[in-house]
Design a protein around this ligand. Structure first.
Ligand SMILES: N[C@@H](CCC(=O)N[C@@H](CS)C(=O)NCC(=O)O)C(=O)O
Length: 229
């Protein structure tokens, strides 16, 4: 039995983090038997982040490492893909996780209107009288990291313009049900979990509205959810 150490469900998603949703999709695609254990504070994790899995007392942290572990057990998430498709897959995964992800973080943590909802969802276990103070300390380095990586310096319109070519690239590749044909692969897992995270933003934002209004992408995420969750 595998235990997935994950954030709790929120905003209609099975976990607050797209990376935890990704791990769930990978586990299901691999046919693994697993159960979630919900964790609020990731500081004791090997990288102080979630997701991680626990197998026979061993912790495997980071969604890419979870993928590698599952592949070591025999899973093949890219069955039938040739070397060129696997190379595209790698690039798509990095685009989703190292660029689009930060737009999800910006929308949830930096945007003032969304932040109050994020705060009262993610940190509802912190008593209300001290919640604003405590979460302000948690939020500060997140805002700093988004500023550091760059998109924190953009206006909402500039942020949307930066994300748009990525979104269009995903749409252009979606000539079938999934990115590489009739079956979900590792790239779909990473891309769809980040798109779902963007769509789940609980308050209207330019990016959230852009994605929620895109019938092709909404249908794609629904297809992925049906196939993998
Ligand atoms: N590269 C990691 C990224 C995981 C990640 O960024 N997790 C975030 C939530 S979306 C986290 O736990 N952050 C806690 C923190 O930075 O304090 C993976 O693929 O698992």
């Amino acid at each position: 039995m595998i235990t997935l150490l994950t954030y709790a469900p929120s905003f209609g998603q099975p976990a607050a983090s797209p990376f935890c949703v990704k791990a769930m999709m990978l586990l299901n695609l691999a046919g693994a038997v697993w159960a979630p254990e919900y964790i609020n504070d990731p500081r004791k994790m090997p990288y102080a982040k979630l997701p991680a899995i626990r197998v026979n007392g061993e912790i495997i942290a980071d969604s890419d490492n979870i993928r590698a572990w599952l592949e070591g057990q025999g899973a093949d998430f890219d069955k039938g893909l040739d070397a060129r498709q696997k190379a595209y897959s790698r690039a798509l995964i990095r685009m989703a996780e190292e660029h689009l992800y930060f737009h999800v973080v910006h929308d949830r943590w930096v945007n003032e209107d969304v932040w109050t909802v994020t705060r009262d969802t993610y940190f509802k276990m912190i008593p209300r009288p001290i919640r604003k103070f405590v979460t302000g300390k948690i939020r500060k380095p997140v805002i700093a990291s988004i500023h550091q990586m760059g998109i924190g310096r953009f206006s909402p319109k500039e942020r949307l313009a930066r994300a748009e070519p990525d979104i269009q690239a995903i749409k252009d590749l979606l000539t079938g049900p999934f990115l590489f044909g009739d079956k979900p692969t590792a790239a779909d897992v990473s891309v769809a979990s980040q798109l779902a995270g963007m769509m789940a933003t609980p308050v209207a934002t330019l990016l959230g509205d852009r994605l929620r209004g895109d019938a092709k992408l909404v249908a794609y995420v629904e297809r992925m959810n049906e196939a993998t969750l």
